[in-house]
Design a protein around this ligand. Structure first.
Ligand SMILES: Nc1ncnc2c1ncn2[C@@H]1O[C@H](COP(=O)(O)OP(=O)(O)OP(=O)(O)O)[C@@H](O)[C@H]1O
Ligand SMILES: [Mg+2]
Length: 490
């Protein structure tokens, strides 16, 4: 068998969008084949066509020599196709182990011991300590993702599709995941791998297919191409790849945090200056997102004081935070970031509706103008700002969350993993945006697990571990080893 899977002239239309346009591609048995393309290029749609979650309007799918007009989820699973979707597909109230074994049958009884052992075995491969009995809703985003991956690899499949599996993971977990991927590949399993992190593609993939605007651009051997060529094919232009730097921050105090406790964080104190980009480094579980949620009023502070522009402020919920001018772009866009069943426009205006209304009447024109402005700035790819957010590609949903926070005119903005799932072109735009916000005097706290980005963008870095700040680095002292040294305290 030459190819395990071929798609021939696949077209998939959505209102106003050709998500796939006469698209053909081949996958060889046992290869790791990466898909690369900007947000909205059609990657997720392509894999949904393969898994049967979406039926194409035209074209043919040939899997293991059999031809299909369309797949169905039942056929694809029976034929040995497993998918790790970009959005979580877990049952929140079930335990990690139950999620992993969902759909398996072992006679008449639910065999908890078997399920927990199976889950524990896979978690061990990740070198990660998750109790298999924990309900998924209590797990962090990273751990949910690991459960999601574990669920797929625990099945016997011939084709494993991974749609941005690494997005919520940090270096160590990605490393463990790659070990697993290599082992599966050694067993002859074909892997389709989607990621916006270019280094991962060079690390794990044999071949890479670039797509743009729903069209096939080129399939290349990974060892015969390089980063610049791929970016050029994907974006259609050169990118500088430099991190823009705001002109030196004033050193004037903007936001002071004193002895904050809560959410597992202990005694956190620091000062953010006007126009500064302050990086927060740390491993998963270091307490960075927890801190962000305390400052934004999403979780309750047990103790501590906050001062904004010299005045003490009291934040007991998110409305307080938004009113005081503190914005958060959360890491988990689907659960906290935006309302998927609402339009882009509605989402962007949500925090700011007061700004646009008089005596209870909303000024539609102003709302529309604001939404339009941020759609342009962030290049949110959609036929209309009236589009429901759930219909946007993953990366474009992330941009809506950013737009929503920007529209609220915050003085301090906390970016929690702002470029996760964002394509290289849009990443550059977000960096430039952060930079111009800083130039306007806004203070930015940036949480990122992408070390290169954190070192590139921050003026100062605080490193957290075990809920405390363990170290502080000025730009002149930046280096990865020092950050990791502080991050692994304890
Ligand atoms: N259910 C839907 N209704 C309308 N349009 C849709 C729907 N699903 C996807 N689209 C559109 O199809 C295009 C391709 O989306 P897709 O999710 O495949 O992109 P992607 O390459 O996976 O992007 P990302 O990197 O952001 O995840 C986008 O313009 C998207 O808005
Ligand atoms: Mg996608």
């Amino acid at each position: 068998m030459e190819n395990i899977l071929s798609l021939k002239n696949i077209t998939k239309l959505y209102p106003g969008v050709k998500a796939l346009n006469n698209f053909s591609i081949d996958f060889r048995p046992g290869e790791v084949h990466a898909l690369l393309g900007e947000n909205g290029a059609g990657k997720s749609t392509l894999i949904k066509v393969i898994s049967g979650a979406v039926a194409p309007d035209e074209g043919e799918i040939v899997f293991k020599g059999n031809s299909y007009k369309k797949m169905t989820p039942a056929i694809s699973r029976k034929e040995g196709i497993e998918v790790i979707y970009q959005e979580f597909n877990l049952v929140d109230t079930l335990s990690a182990a139950e999620n992993i074994c969902l759909g398996e049958k072992h006679g008449r009884f639910v065999d908890f011991a078997y399920m927990e052992k199976k889950a524990a075995d896979i978690f061990r491969q990740f070198h990660i300590d998750i109790d298999p009995g924990t309900p998924v809703e209590r797990l962090s985003t990273a751990h949910k993702q690991i459960v999601e991956i574990s669920k797929a690899i625990s099945k016997n499949c011939d084709l494993l599709i991974m749609d941005e599996p690494s997005a919520p993971l940090t270096v160590n977990e990605v490393g463990a995941m790659f070990e697993i991927v290599r082992a599966l590949k050694a067993k002859g399993i074909t892997i389709i791998y989607i990621s916006h992190r270019m280094d991962e593609i060079f690390n794990i993939a044999d071949r890479v297919t670039v797509m743009r605007d729903g069209e096939f651009v080129e399939t290349l051997d990974v060892d015969k191409t390089d980063r610049n060529q791929l970016i050029r094919l994907m974006v259609g232009r050169e990118l500088s790849g430099n991190y823009p730097q705001p002109t030196k921050p004033s050193g004037e105090e903007l936001f002071r945090i004193e002895n904050v406790y809560g959410n597992g964080d202990e005694d956190v104190s620091f000062t953010l200056h006007r126009g500064e980009i302050l990086g927060l480094a740390g491993l998963v579980g270091a307490g960075r997102t927890e801190l962000a949620r305390l400052l934004y009023g999403a979780d309750k502070m047990e103790k501590g004081r906050l001062y904004l522009e010299g005045q003490e402020i009291h934040i007991s919920n998110t409305s307080d935070a938004i009113r005081e001018g503190i914005g958060l772009i959360p890491e988990d866009r689907k659960e906290q970031g935006c309302f998927l069943e609402q339009t882009i426009e509605w989402n962007i205006a949500f925090n700011t509706i007061k700004q646009f209304s008089r005596q209870g009447f909303v000024n539609d024109k102003k709302v529309e103008a604001a939404a339009q402005k941020y759609q342009d700035i962030l290049r949110i790819k959609t036929p209309s700002i009236q589009q429901l957010v759930k219909n946007l590609s993953g990366g474009n949903q992330q941009k809506v969350v950013i737009a929503k926070t920007l529209a609220a005119q915050s003085k301090v903005i906390i970016f929690d993993e702002p470029t996760r799932g964002i394509d290289v072109g849009a990443k550059q735009e977000i960096y430039e945006l952060m930079c111009s916000l800083a130039e306007e005097g806004i203070g930015i706290i940036m949480i990122s697990s992408d070390m290169e980005e954190l070192l590139g963008m921050s003026q100062r870095i605080l490193v957290m571990a075990e809920g405390r700040i363990q170290g502080e680095l000025e730009r002149s002292e930046f280096n990865q080893e020092t950050v990791l040294k502080y991050a692994s305290v304890g």
